[in-house]
Design a protein around this ligand. Sequence first.
Ligand SMILES: [Mg+2]
Length: 153
Amino acid sequence: MLFSKFHPRASVPTIFDIDFEYLWKEGKRALIFDLDRTLAAGRRANLHPKVYRLLSSLQERGFAVAILTNRHFQVKRDQVIADLAQNYPLIYAAGKPGKKGFLTLMAKMNATPADTVMIGDRLLTDIWGANRLGIYSIRIVSKSRVIRKPGTR
Ligand SMILES: [Mg+2]
């Protein structure tokens, strides 16, 4: 049924509302995050420090963490991609819902669709891309999903 391909397994307002312990208990070990409107507030130079802290705490918990974004990388403007790529497997200009990026990241994380979760905001790229591979999909749905940078840094 076509509809189910676009239907997330769960929906939450922000990445901070995800029950990662539940996912762990369900056997999930690899987390693939979308960037825009999931980790980041659009094309901002920096992510909120809370986002970096969450990603690193998930790694400490034992999850493999990766980022899969359709955003194109402009070296001078996208420091956030360069920063994330220093610590996590990251594919930009990924062509979601194409399968290649998902498969490449799962290979890097030594993960399979059964133990992987995709977290993103877009049905046509993140959710469909995950569902067509049998990856558990979580959609970020709230208008408050945007994690804003603090006023000063
Ligand atoms: Mg997005």
